[in-house]
Design a protein around this ligand. Structure first.
Ligand SMILES: C[S@@+](CC[C@H](N)C(=O)[O-])C[C@H]1O[C@@H](n2cnc3c(N)ncnc32)[C@H](O)[C@@H]1O
Length: 377
């Protein structure tokens, strides 16, 4: 229907000659720059929402009606997956921007605390020359990207599909005990035939507490020149420990005692008081024991929630700053700490980047920089 006037059928032709709306549309269509549907995308065989063509309902109304059929749980699940995908896309973007995905064929990507391995899958999808991916986690998982990539556990998944042609290894190991010397993939020649061990890039999303320190130590202390760089999103700072912490020296130089580190770690849990989701949420696997650090009401000091959150954020920043100093000092890497997603999406939003090469001069040094992806609501 091109226009809304009601006219008798036998008067349509006569009316067309004088109908302003009709004549205007005809003129628009006669323009040399007009080509019907040239950019509309391919025609759909099936509408994504059944009943989408119901007359008398706006697009928003039809979408709202469809959302109602999912129920609150179904919609929450979708929102969670959207946030996860946004986080992964942002991490991959930062890795790419800092040259960490410019892999030579012999490089191996190691995902640390991989969970279901969807970050590794996303990285593999952006790294055409990658031949080998290693996923390390101390726990076992169902519905993991590596099985979906092989068509198991639900089949099609565009991110996981990128895994299909890789030399892929899933290792069940605590990062505390993870030795690169015997790591499958690293321990054999790459496609170009160079002698093993191969060089590697570490990636991690929401790596809990001390596990971040284990990963950093592996990169820096074990055959350090072999680690080309790291992109590690830290998480759950209330699960750090003095023994594991890589920033001891930096921390002590700032006048803090080991016992005070334990309190700083404890208070870091306050940062997430303002978030509905508990610490450790924002990962596909959730928090194993639901620990959120000190519970509201039992903590000394800061009386109101806003002040407590601010203290918690300072504590997290302090812990990560010591890690950054370790990477740039003992690790000999260039270090950058970025906020990779809006804090409304996740309070656990810091990505620690360590770069051995491939970095632009403006990025060099101990920089606390914010570069957020758009919030997902
Ligand atoms: C918060 S989840 C994040 C999982 C996944 N990277 C994601 O973003 O969905 C943390 C993961 O790290 C793993 N993890 C925690 N501590 C670990 C350790 N010491 N060694 C190996 N994996 C560990 C957990 O089993 C869990 O899968």
């Amino acid at each position: 229907m091109l226009y809304s006037s009601e006219i008798y059928a036998d008067e349509v032709e006569k009316h067309r000659l004088k109908c302003p709306a009709y004549l205007q549309i005809q003129a628009q269509r006669a323009a040399p720059y007009y080509q019907l549907d040239i950019n509309a995308g391919p025609a759909l065989d099936v509408e994504p929402i059944l009943g989408a063509c119901l007359p008398g309902h706006s697009m928003a109304e039809r979408r709202a009606a469809y959302a109602a059929t999912l129920g609150p749980d179904g919609l929450d699940d979708l929102i969670e997956r959207v946030c996860q995908a946004a986080e992964r896309a942002s991490i991959v973007g930062h890795l790419e921007r800092h040259g960490l995905l410019r892999c030579v064929a012999d490089d191996v990507i190691v995902e640390l605390g991989a969970g279901r391995g969807y970050l590794g899958a996303a990285v593999a999808g952006h790294c055409a020359s990658l031949t080998c991916l290693v996923l390390v986690d101390c726990r076992g998982f169902k519905l993991k990207a590596d099985r979906r990539g092989q068509g198991v556990d639900g089949g099609q998944d565009s991110g996981a599909a990128a895994l299909r042609h890789l030399d892929l290894h899933r290792l069940r190991c605590d990062l505390k005990d993870f030795s690169l010397a015997g790591c499958p993939g690293l321990d054999r020649p790459g496609p170009s035939g160079g002698a093993p061990p191969r060089s590697w890039v570490g990636v991690a999303k929401h790596l809990c507490g001390a596990a971040s320190d284990f990963a950093l130590r592996a990169a820096v202390e074990q055959a350090p020149r072999r680690c080309r760089g790291l992109g590690l999103a830290t998480c759950c700072h209330h699960r750090c420990s003095w023994r594991a912490y890589v920033g001891k020296e930096w921390f002590a130089e700032r006048g803090f005692a080991p016992a005070e580190f334990e309190l700083v770690s404890w208070m870091s849990g306050w940062a997430l008081c303002g978030h509905e989701a508990p610490a450790g949420a924002g990962c596909e696997e959730g928090d194993e024991d639901g620990a959120t650090g000190p519970s509201a009401g039992t903590e000394p000091g800061a009386s109101d929630q806003a002040a407590r959150i601010a203290v918690g954020q300072h504590c997290k920043a302090l812990i990560d700053a010591g890690r950054l100093a370790y990477l740039t000092g003992r690790g000999g890497m260039e270090g950058v700490l970025v906020a990779y997603i809006s804090p409304e999406v996740s309070g656990e939003n810091k990505l620690l980047l360590g770069l051995r090469d491939g970095i632009q001069p403006s990025d060099i040094g101990l920089i606390l920089r914010t570069s957020c992806a758009p919030a997902c609501h």
